[in-house]
Design a protein around this ligand. Structure first.
Ligand code: ZN
Length: 242
């Protein structure tokens, strides 16, 4: 190999390193997103529990108010009953009887409502218990995501550092004349800057690569896809057929 030759093995390795770095960077970028998502989930469950607790309290307060109301109504019936015994006229007696009947009807409706509210209280307690359990699950999940992110981050970062060192070493093996176009294509395409030529087609954009270009790549010249600009190389199997 003369110094200006672009070795296919070097390009293959560069492509592999860039893809691995891109993958690792993607994983690093996803970790904070996963943390934000699980924290939002916990906050949502906290909100649901808060609402359930407030509703449960409101149901109890309403039920207590009806109990007080019923007690008052029962007192009223007793009071009216006492007046009944001392009524001066038939008319007054009948009027009191009617009032007692009306109050008893009101009390009966209240009793039904109180029974219903006891069911509501039980149901709202159930809802609160479920919301508490859901929140506990969400917090547990959050702790897992946090600890996984904490343990994975240094591992991924170490892999990134190792690959970057490998990348620099590999880039140093590119001939001087290929450096500048290589750097340009990396700036433009990032970790997707190289492409293997598969049966005269660019592996990056699937456009046709003319035979004369393929021939030049075989001769280890730095070549780029006319369509997408990616730096082209021959895959291992094609090279072995030479
Ligand atoms: Zn292409």
């Amino acid at each position: 190999m003369t110094p200006s030759n672009v070795d296919a093995g070097v390009l293959r390795t560069l492509h592999r390193i860039h893809r691995q770095l891109g993958d690792l960077q993607g994983r690093l970028n996803r970790l904070p997103k996963q943390i934000r998502a699980v924290e939002a989930y916990v906050a949502h469950q906290e909100e649901l529990l808060k609402t359930a607790t407030q509703q449960s309290k409101a149901v109890r307060v309403a039920s207590d108010a009806k109990q007080v109301q019923l007690k008052g109504g029962e007192g009223k019936v007793v009071e009216l009953g006492a007046k009944l015994n001392t009524s001066a006229s038939n008319r007054e007696y009948q009027a009191l009887k009617d009032q007692i009947a009306a109050q008893q009807m009101t009390n009966s409706v209240l009793e039904d409502e109180i029974l219903e509210s006891l069911d509501k209280i039980e149901a709202s307690r159930q809802t609160v218990a479920e919301a508490e359990a859901a929140l506990a699950t969400a917090r547990k999940k959050s702790a897992t995501v946090h600890s996984e992110a904490e343990s994975q981050t240094p591992v991924i970062e170490a892999d990134v550092a190792r690959l970057q060192a490998e990348l620099r070493e590999c880039e140093a093996r590119l001939p001087a004349e290929a450096r500048e176009p290589y750097n340009r294509v990396i700036r433009h395409h990032g970790d997707d800057a190289l492409a293997a030529v598969q049966n005269q087609f660019c592996g990056g954009c699937n456009q046709h690569v003319p035979l004369n270009v393929v021939a030049e790549i075989m001769l280890k010249k730095p070549k780029f896809c006319k369509s997408c600009g990616r730096m082209l190389y021959m895959p291992e199997d094609a090279e072995n057929e030479e």
